[in-house]
Design a binder for this molecule. Structure first.
Ligand SMILES: *Cc1c(COP(=O)(O)O)cnc(C)c1O
Length: 360
């Protein structure tokens, strides 16, 4: 028998989330963001499962888009960073990708290589201040692109704080967006948090990442819910009693204040379980939650199971998934669920539950 630690990826849940989010999106077209290996969930299997349900995919960089093309994904793919060189502009054009263009330098590369794109996305910097044209630069960039390189343009921008209710930053970004976008041309502003939080935006495309995988930074409207796609699971591999005053693990961080029954679980930061997890981080079992006790090692973690005596060698545990959620775990290690799922490693296998029924 091999180590019982694995990631289960429920592609049925992924598709159900896509359907739920499409109901929220209304008439807007849906783009599924599958960058960083679909936030750790597996870009190719996720894209294949989502292809019948979405209008396009988005990735961060050209290599990610080419890998999807090579796996047979034929839907449009937006490359959010656009080309990083003139040569890459050519590669993107031959692969039929949609580049997001955010600088005059990138427009130079398109013009120098003489490539023509069916559609180019043009990024406007409304306040995130990482990439994009400033609002006053939009008109001239648009005219350069339509003259030489693009049959069609979609204006896009990105929220910096969509998960915070009544954010003044969001308000400022929306004001600028309404100045540069006009009702007659295409636009895309919303990410997951803006979509689920129903921020009123003029746009006809939404770009959904984290919410597709079942995570959410904002409460959804009533009757809408998302399912976690990833279950990170293992089983208890060893159980022992320790006396009052004894400590567990490196540095002796956790010290027993009562005689304690300790479970060792064969998972660690070598698999992507965050080393920053503090004592008290929840771990799910069939009997309820137990708490992390002691520092996370590369290959093992330890939990205090004194209060759940039926737990024993072989009892299944959930590191994150239905309970605890990945967002709860992230809250115990100064991180966000996005980082936790993106940083899982290849050591533990990912097992895919494929779409079984044909419900629409
Ligand atoms: C990653 C990304 C998204 C998706 O964001 P989520 O919060 O995961 O929905 C949308 N747009 C851009 C530009 C991105 O980089």
């Amino acid at each position: 028998m091999s180590r019982p630690t694995q990631f289960t990826i429920d592609l049925q849940a992924l598709c159900e989330n896509a359907r739920t989010l499409k109901r929220l999106a209304g008439p807007r077209s849906t783009m599924a963001v599958v960058k960083a290996d679909a936030y750790g969930h597996g870009a190719v299997p996720c894209a294949k499962a989502l292809a019948p349900l979405v209008d396009a995919f988005a990735v961060a960089i050209g290599e990610e888009a080419i890998a999807l093309r090579e796996a047979g994904i034929n839907l449009p793919i937006l490359v959010l960073q656009g080309p990083h060189s003139r040569q890459e502009a050519q590669v993107m054009s031959s692969a039929g990708l949609w580049p997001a263009i955010s600088s005059e330098r990138q427009i130079d590369w398109l013009e120098q290589s003489g490539v023509q794109f069916e559609r180019v996305w043009m990024k406007c910097d409304t306040g995130m201040h990482r990439l994009g044209f400033m609002p006053h630069e939009i008109a001239s960039a648009r005219s350069r692109l339509t003259t030489h390189s693009a049959n069609d343009i979609v204006l896009m921008s990105h929220f910096a704080d969509a998960e915070t209710p009544d954010s003044t930053l969001t308000e400022r970004q929306l004001t600028r967006w309404h100045e540069v976008s006009d009702a007659s041309s295409s636009g895309s502003f919303s990410n997951s948090a803006a979509t689920t939080g129903q921020i009123a935006t003029r746009e006809n495309w939404i770009r959904l990442g984290y919410s597709l995988y079942g995570g959410s930074l904002v409460a959804l409207p009533e009757k809408f819910s998302l399912k976690p796609v990833m279950q990170f699971e293992s089983r208890i591999a060893s159980v022992r009693w320790i006396d009052v005053g004894e400590s567990i693990g490196y540095g002796g961080r956790w010290v027993a204040r009562r005689r304690s029954r300790i479970a060792t679980i064969p998972v660690g930061y070598g698999d992507g379980y965050p080393r920053a997890a503090r004592d008290g981080t929840p771990i799910g079992t069939q009997e309820g939650i137990v708490l992390l006790a002691g520092k996370v090692s590369m290959d093992m973690i330890t939990a205090d199971i004194t209060d759940l005596p039926v737990l024993n060698f072989g009892s299944p545990v959930t590191l994150w998934g239905n309970s605890p959620s990945i967002d709860e775990v992230a809250g115990h290690c100064d991180s966000i669920g996005y980082e936790l799922c993106t940083r899982i490693t290849q050591r533990a296998p990912r097992r895919f539950h494929h779409v079984t029924s044909d419900r629409h």
